[in-house]
Ligand binder design. Structure first.
Ligand SMILES: CC(C)(COP(=O)(O)OP(=O)(O)OC[C@H]1O[C@@H](n2cnc3c(N)ncnc32)[C@H](O)[C@@H]1OP(=O)(O)O)[C@@H](O)C(=O)NCCC(=O)NCCS
Length: 179
């Protein structure tokens, strides 16, 4: 018998409550799973299983309100000495268009700088959004990027017809203020 996977329906979150940015823990996996699946079901991003999230949860930052409700998440996956990929970026639909997506990407940027990384990479359908975050579109095959940038393609249904756009941001050294 044909089994249809039920779409995830996210509960509403009160957008007026204050939000905190923090590292994710294993207890956050079910909420991150639901938010990512919500957008994956709409074809906006790649789904991430509970098992995959559990094994990579140390890579995730989340935004939550003081009721513990998830407003957004993002992962930073290191793939070379100086390079990491922004993965699993998702904002709850009640919070879109409030600058939180950019806040999360900037959060990964700070995280990346702290790790001494120099380049941030992303696959996305949201070219304009990533441009607003300082990324630039790059060719699909770039000699200076490792083949690992295609690692997640093996779990994607659009392997042979991929419309996702590769984007890169070079992290400049922060300017020091001189008193
Ligand atoms: C894409 C997404 C992360 C953007 O987050 P957001 O919080 O709504 O975006 P922000 O409010 O931080 O937007 C920052 C800037 O990008 C622009 N922007 C955001 N989404 C955009 C879009 N789809 N098209 C064009 N511009 C966009 C905003 O207008 C804003 O520009 P401004 O500074 O000139 O005002 C969010 O809509 C989302 O989770 N989408 C579904 C999942 C997804 O696509 N994830 C990305 C996978 S790589």
């Amino acid at each position: 018998m044909l089994q249809l996977t039920p779409m995830v329906h996210l509960p509403n979150i009160n957008p007026n409550l204050p939000l905190d940015l923090r590292r994710a823990t294993i207890k956050d996996v079910p909420k991150i799973y639901d938010l990512v699946k919500y957008w994956a079901d709409k074809g906006r991003m790649l789904e991430r299983s509970h098992a995959l999230l559990e094994s990579t949860i140390h890579e995730f930052l989340i935004l939550e309100n003081n009721q513990g409700e998830l407003a957004g998440c993002v992962g930073l996956h290191r793939m070379a000495e100086d390079l990491a990929e922004v993965r699993g970026l998702a904002i709850h639909p009640s919070f879109q268009g409030k600058g939180l997506g950019r806040w999360l990407v900037l959060g990964t940027e700070r995280f990346a700088r702290d790790l001494g990384l120099k380049r941030l990479f992303a696959w996305t359908y949201e070219q304009r959004f990533f441009e607003k975050c300082g990324f630039q579109r790059i060719p699909r095959e770039v000699e200076t990027l490792p083949s690992e940038i295609h690692a997640e393609c093996t779990r994607c249904q659009f392997q042979t017809n991929c419309q996702e756009i590769p984007m890169l941001k070079i992290l400049e050294r922060p300017k020091l203020a001189v008193a």
